[in-house]
Write a protein that binds this ligand. Sequence first.
Ligand SMILES: Cc1cc2nc3c(=O)[nH]c(=O)nc-3n(C[C@H](O)[C@H](O)[C@H](O)COP(=O)(O)OP(=O)(O)OC[C@H]3O[C@@H](n4cnc5c(N)ncnc54)[C@H](O)[C@@H]3O)c2cc1C
Length: 481
Amino acid sequence: MSRVVVLGAGVSGHTAAAFARRWLGRGDSVTVVSPKPDYNWIPSNIWVGVGLLKPQKVTVPLEPIYDRAGIEFVQAAARSIHPDGDSGSPAPYVMAEAADGTMHKVPYDFLINATGPRLRFDKTEGLGPEGGHSMSVCTPEHAVMASAALDEEVERMKRGEKRKFLVGVGHGTCTCEGAAFEYIVNLEFELRRRGVRDRAEITWLTNEYELGDFGMGGMHIRHKGYVIPSSTFNGSLFAERGINWITRAHVHRVEADRVHYETLDGAMSEQEFDFAMLLPPFSGVGLKAFGRDGGEITDRLFMPNEFMRVDADYAQRPPEEWTAADWPRTYQSPDYQNIFAAGIAFAPPHAISTPRTSPNGTVIAPAPPRTGQPSATIGKAVAQSIVDMLGGAPQPTQAASMADMGAACVASAGANPFTGTAASMIVYPIVPDFERYPEYGRDMDLTFGEIGLAGHWIKILLHHMFLYKARLLPGWHRIPE
Ligand SMILES: Cc1cc2nc3c(=O)[nH]c(=O)nc-3n(C[C@H](O)[C@H](O)[C@H](O)COP(=O)(O)OP(=O)(O)OC[C@H]3O[C@@H](n4cnc5c(N)ncnc54)[C@H](O)[C@@H]3O)c2cc1C
């Protein structure tokens, strides 16, 4: 009997565990170790954060799903990996800590690290809803707080007050600009719907060099027959909606009513707000690794940013020498053939957007995007490789490079099925490949942008489809990633 252990029950880990369970024989076990009792379809947290959905609509309890599927569930946070066992035995295991402090020893034959990001609000003074001054929509709990704060603002505006809204990212090295972008267009729609838009000043604050960079170095998109840069697409979307923007910014400090930020030219500025939703930068979750003798070997498995080393080319090179081949394909640890990282947990080889530093030495450059579709696709590919290796394959059989994968950003602007709308941007591949696509680095037949109701219906459909899939209901495996 073989044991496959998955750390994390998010988009990537849940997908990996479900497919591994489906494809493995009943003699083999699949165990998921994750600290929270629920699965969260994170993209729909945006709708919770503007009060359009209750948090229960974006989460699903894991235990009954795993009971039904025959997956063992250990509700605990992994703390350390012991890939060579310990002085008592060479069998590998993970140590995980439950909420009450109980430590669980979880042995594995194959391990998938799909622990996602640690939300690093601590990187910017005053950032975040827990002890800071800004909101977040990264978790359902944060989104509920954002929604309640928004309600208060709306009440004040109904009484005639003018209020300032600031949305974007709270650090120069953030990723996930797409999620903040989606929040701002939803917020703008919602303020209009609630009849107070004329009393709201809305500003976008971002580390992107140009609007529409999204950590992918921007893109050229086909829109109504023309090829336009995403900066123009996003700029016209903001202009149409009366949203101001500040680009190339690193937030140094968030106070109760203002942010202090630096721009790439080195200038220091302030922006006042009454309500701010600023996403944090990400790191890995801080797993440690130990050798048989108990000595720490964390740096063999992980990069300094706490994401896991995989089969990427991590050699430091200038951006003009970056290639699509730098990006990982199998997500296998170079040191341990039975350890993989999937989703946000793997360490990218480098940025996609050009790295830039202000004259004061402050890095202001988006990190690469870590979106849902690649996370799920990688989870599924890793599960298949492991199943094949358990069947005798000498190495991983599946490749899922972000240089061969597309991403869809469907930024709904209001969840109403008739008056809502969405900005849909599809990009292929995520990592530009100038060898295959010399002109723009991307396939222009598969990279496009649209604004309209159709995208909004797609967003609603995705919400229901992915929550159906997460429940592992009949036919779930036919729903694409
Ligand atoms: C607000 C927001 C909106 C987004 N919208 C979109 C969108 O519209 N489209 C899109 O494609 N992507 C979107 N994304 C990105 C998408 O959510 C991520 O790509 C996806 O969730 C990544 O999957 P993951 O499994 O790597 O991480 P996660 O889904 O974050 O899952 C990580 C899992 O690991 C668990 N975990 C954490 N620490 C430990 C530990 N120590 N041990 C064990 N388990 C642990 C967590 O509890 C969680 O279950 C959005 C992200 C945000 C924040």
